[in-house]
Design a protein around this ligand. Structure first.
Ligand code: HEC
Length: 176
């Protein structure tokens, strides 16, 4: 409303000024004075706009910021839940002492692999065959060869049996 009044005044002033300019264009001083008045009223009109839009921007950005904050909080909650799940999964993923002490440093406590390849999803027969071949030196790997020398067939069999259940365990804990 106030903006409209000011705009109207400005328009009237402008019209008045152009009329004045038309009739008294030789009176330079007067013209300058009118020009000053118009400029002053223009400033007023211009001043109003940014003030109004700034209020709107503040309102908008406040609502926007609140939304973003809520989204962030939700995201954090989800991440925290995922972390809790993961921690629970790792804690629940129990392995034998034999595996933990001899194999987990390279194949991971859950068999997913670190230095050594992932053993998850490999069959008992396959694993046992690999272990026997590493031990005999048929499949050449210095680390695996050295490690398996002190292990009898029973241990190899136990390890192969245990590792072959990793996939099932892994799937179970990840679907909880
Ligand atoms: C110092 C690291 C290290 C340790 C400890 C270790 N491994 Fe390995 N393992 C490896 C590496 C590296 C390979 C890959 C060898 C290759 O491909 O030549 C491997 C390969 C294997 C393979 C063959 C996988 C495939 O897909 O062909 C099996 C099975 C295996 N390891 C089981 C075990 C078991 C069981 C133990 C514990 C008794 C163990 N490993 C301990 C490093 C290790």
């Amino acid at each position: 409303m106030i903006r409209h009044i000011i705009a109207a005044i400005a328009t009237v002033l402008a019209l008045w000024a152009s009329y004045y300019m038309y009739t008294l264009d030789k009176e330079v001083q007067k013209l300058k004075e009118i020009h000053r008045i118009i400029k002053a009223s223009e400033i007023k009109v211009q001043l109003k706009k940014p003030v109004i839009s700034r209020v709107n921007v503040q309102k908008n950005s406040k609502a926007e910021a609140e939304k973003q904050l809520q989204a962030k909080n939700k995201e954090l909650d989800q991440k925290l839940q995922a972390l809790k799940n993961k921690a629970g999964n790792i804690a629940a993923f129990k392995v034998s002492k034999l595996y933990k002490q001899n194999c987990s440093s390279c194949h991971g406590v859950n068999g997913k692999g670190i230095i050594g390849p992932s053993l998850v999803g490999k069959s008992k027969e396959f694993i046992l065959e690999q272990l026997k071949e590493f031990k005999s030196g048929k499949r050449k790997n210095y680390v695996m060869y050295g490690l398996l020398q002190k292990m009898d067939d029973e241990k190899l069999n136990n390890l192969a049996t245990e590792i072959s259940t990793f996939k099932e365990k892994w799937d179970k804990y990840n679907n909880q």
